[in-house]
Design a protein around this ligand. Structure first.
Ligand code: NAI
Length: 780
């Protein structure tokens, strides 16, 4: 064969990795596994087989956890938690470092076991999954070390229930366990039923590291075990998996006080502009959609190609696809391995078979006739509404359409219920960085794809879930503010006998879209002072008013594009105008609440407005140093439209404490005012009207919060809801927000000291922003 023929055919043999060590390890364990609870493996019990999806061979038998197992694991984690937290940051850092070192020492064993269990190519497990898992433990050893100095006001949540999927079994375990342990939590983790073996090997590593008993507990089993963990006495649930299950977990944990993070599915766009380096973009696609057989939540599964280069690009792509090698995952020279299980193979096959649109190209490479193999597939010429363009396939299937202008690319990108990641391919930095902020996604990769690192937060918006994993921002999900909290007291409105109001009787209207609006229902309610004196009337808003307010807030999108400098000026101006009427407000607050604290509350409100005016142009993002030729720009973006149920107490300060951070960060708000004392909010409308706040940025409703909470939390155009009203409202917020999986922040029935430090600061700024990590090439 001549050299040119060799180059032409690229024929090369197999390079199999030996499975001997991994299989021997399984035999050593008796090929039957119990759970890892309180530092020991339990006796194997009834369960199920774990199979190699490439061959169908049984690798081991796993136990299906019972309620008693889950209870024992949670109990062990609870018992261990104080001691673990009290070890201090340095004490924990040493253990996390030991785990990182042991993962490194046994790297090949982990990689091969992962391949056997999951079907992914050894190249990927060896070069990506396992090194990234190690990196997470190293990185978070550092976070443990720095916790006391850098997060002095934070403490562990307690016991975390963690449920992970099968696509990156060890890596997802690392993403969950490393930050939890670093911050002083203990965990009960359930691996996915198809892929539990590396988690059990990790348990073995925990023993080798001498990790205190009960700090890490691993129970195996299917979704029923997941449900038991969700229902258990844990302080947090961290879930990665399908949107359907994520939604169920949101509903199941509603009102329980458990913290929750959801890392769900995606349909991430891969945008190729006509000026892109097309060959690099084709190579990128191999990593975007054929990495791990496309079973990647952030897979670039939706290809959007600029029309002028579409034919050329598709031709290059098809040629590259035809060179992909499909086969034994243990072969170091293959590109595409097996799907995780026959169930997944069936699911992918059924979705593609049901499609009747576009043109389908199937990679030319031979597909093994045994095992869960599915050929790399490209479907072009689809319409944006076709099911294959909208639904997550979670397989090696790329779907595509074309676009004509950057604006259309943005529109197509955002035409999805998901918002996890996006890839932009262009040689024009102006274009790439112009559209990055417009994409509804938690992660944007410029001229690269599927890049992940412990230093950069990972997570999405919309139905891709909420919360971030990795980076500084990921730590918020595993900590809470230090200090004791007190239960919220119920505050009822005063009653009275009616009678005349001093001066002219006035029914305060709602404030929607920059106008004072009569309530849709046409009703109002009297507001009495402590002595029973009638102070005025406040409108009763209904669901129609909520809809109008949401529409107005949506129309005020321009606010999100204004500069921090402008927003600061407006917040100062609001403060100035409030200050000019300070006495009048103080008198109103005293009359409504029957106390003498009005002047203090007004002064605190003015101060708080200053605080957020100060923050408006200073709550910057970060630049993460990531181990690639580039950086990740962690940009703080507005969440969008935030609905807030303001506290009953501190009727002016509470309202301002919700409004100011939200609008300072570029959000638009719908505020449901203090229910017993609504008139400070309605007076405040006049301050807003004289302070250059654009119409629709702030909308204020009065009336029973119990009637407003559901339409607000259910509304698909509301992006987040904060609930500082009665405890029961938080439950409704969490329950009904499951529809579009909006972010929520509820008081769990605990009081907040609005006058003090707890009433302002970074927690509010974090709740008012989404972090978007934009990965851009940088340096050499
Ligand atoms: P899944 O969401 O059912 O499984 C993920 C994990 O959740 C597993 O550990 C499972 O045992 C557990 N689980 C299942 N039901 C549960 C419940 N009711 N309560 C608590 N835990 C529960 O995902 P599945 O069925 O394996 O895959 C279905 C589809 O989900 C895939 O085709 C893909 O589209 C998507 N998926 C997305 C993932 C991602 O990373 N975004 C990961 C896995 C699946």
């Amino acid at each position: 064969m001549s050299v040119s023929e060799i180059f032409e055919t690229m024929e090369y043999g197999t390079a199999p990795e030996s499975a001997a060590e991994a299989l021997a390890w399984l035999v050593d364990q008796g090929s039957r596994f119990g759970h890892f609870i309180d530092g020991d493996f339990t006796t194997p019990a009834d369960g199920f087989d774990s199979k190699n999806p490439a061959t169908g061979e049984v690798l081991a038998t796993l136990s299906q956890a019972t309620q008693a197992d889950v209870d024992a694991a949670v109990k062990a984690a609870r018992k261990a938690q104080n001691g673990w937290a009290n070890l201090g940051g340095h004490g924990r850092a040493k253990y996390l470092y030991a785990l990182a070192r042991l993962l490194q020492k046994h790297a090949r064993l982990f990689a091969v076991l992962e391949v056997l269990d999951n079907g992914k190519p050894i190249r990927e497990a060896r070069d990506i999954d396992v090194p990234l898992a190690q990196r997470h433990f190293y990185f978070h050893a550092g976070m443990a070390q720095l916790m006391e100095s850098e997060l002095p006001d934070a403490e562990a949540l307690g016991v975390c229930g963690q449920i992970i999927p099968w696509n990156f079994p060890l890596l997802m375990l690392a993403w969950k366990i490393a930050p939890a342990l670093a911050m002083g939590n203990t965990v009960v983790l359930k691996p996915a039923e198809y892929t539990s073996l590396t988690a059990l090997l990790f348990a073995d590593i925990c023993r080798q590291a001498g990790l205190p008993k009960g700090v890490v507990n691993i129970v195996t089993g299917d979704g029923a075990v997941g449900e038991m963990i969700v229902a258990a006495e844990v302080d947090k649930i961290a879930f990665t998996g399908s949107t359907a299950v994520g939604r169920r977990i949101r509903e199941a944990t509603a009102g329980s006080g458990k913290a929750l993070s959801l890392e769900l599915g995606g349909k991430s766009p891969y945008i190729v502009f006509d000026d892109a380096d097309l060959d690099s973009a084709v190579e990128g696609l191999v990593d975007a959609i054929w990495f791990n057989q496309g079973q990647v939540c952030c897979a670039g599964s939706r290809l959007l190609v600029h029309e002028p280069v579409a034919d050329l690009f598709y031709a290059k792509l098809r040629a590259r696809m035809d060179k992909l090698r499909i086969g034994s995952p243990l072969d170091k020279s293959i590109d595409v391995g097996a799907l995780v299980d026959p169930v997944q193979l069936q699911r992918v096959t059924a979705m593609v078979d049901a499609n009747t649109s576009g043109e389908t190209h199937v990679a030319a490479g031979a597909v093994p006739d045994q095992g869960c193999f599915y050929p790399p597939t490209l479907v072009t010429g689809l319409n944006p509404a076709d099911p294959l363009m909208q639904d997550e396939i979670f397989g090696p299937v790329l779907v595509s359409t074309t676009f004509r202008t950057p604006a259309e690319a943005v529109q197509l990108t955002n035409n999805t219920r998901y918002g996890l990641a996006a890839t932009v391919w262009s040689e024009n930095i102006n274009l790439a960085l112009d559209i990055a902020p417009k994409l509804a996604a938690g992660i944007v990769w410029v001229n690269g794809t599927n890049l992940m690192d412990a230093a950069a937060g990972f997570g999405g918006v919309r139905e891709s879930g909420f919360g971030r994993e990795g980076g500084w921002e990921g730590l918020a999900g595993y900590t809470k503010p230090k200090g004791k909290t007190k239960p919220l007291k119920t505050i009822s409105a005063f009653s009275g006998e009616g009678g005349p109001v001093d001066g002219v009787d006035r029914t305060a209207k709602l404030y929607i879209g920059g106008k004072q609006a009569r309530p849709d229902g046409g009703y109002s309610a009297p507001v009495y002072g402590k002595s029973g004196k009638l102070l005025g009337h406040a409108s009763i808003a209904n669901r129609k008013d909520i809809r109008n307010a949401v529409e107005a807030a949506q129309a005020a999108k321009g606010w999100s594009k204004t500069t921090g400098h402008l927003r600061a000026q407006i917040l100062y101006y609001i403060a100035e105008n409030l200050d000019a009427r300070a006495e009048e407000f103080a008198a109103r607050l005293d009359a409504m609440q029957g106390g003498k604290g009005g002047a203090k509350e007004v002064a605190a409100s003015i101060k708080r407005l200053f605080t957020y005016a100060a923050w408006a142009d200073k709550y910057d993002g970060q630049v993460h140093g990531v181990p690639i030729r580039g950086v990740a720009l962690a940009m703080n973006e507005p969440v969008g439209v935030i609905g807030a149920l303001c506290p009953a107490e501190a009727p002016l300060l509470g309202l301002i404490s919700c409004m100011a951070p939200a609008i300072a960060m570029g959000n638009r708000v719908i505020l449901s005012a203090s229910e017993p004392f609504p008139l400070a909010a309605t007076d405040f409308v006049q301050v807003l009207e004289t302070s250059d706040v654009p119409a629709g940025v702030v909308n204020i409703l009065t009336g029973p919060q119990a009637d407003l909470v559901e339409p607000l939390a259910r509304h698909l155009d509301v992006d987040a809801v904060w609930s500082f009203g009665a405890a029961a409202l938080g439950h409704v917020v969490e329950q009904t927000s499951a529809g579009n999986l909006k972010r929520t922040w509820v008081n769990n029935g605990m009081a907040r000291d609005w006058m003090g430090a707890a009433g302002e600061g970074r927690a509010f700024l974090q709740a008012a922003t989404e972090v978007k990590n934009v990965w851009v090439p940088y340096g050499e």
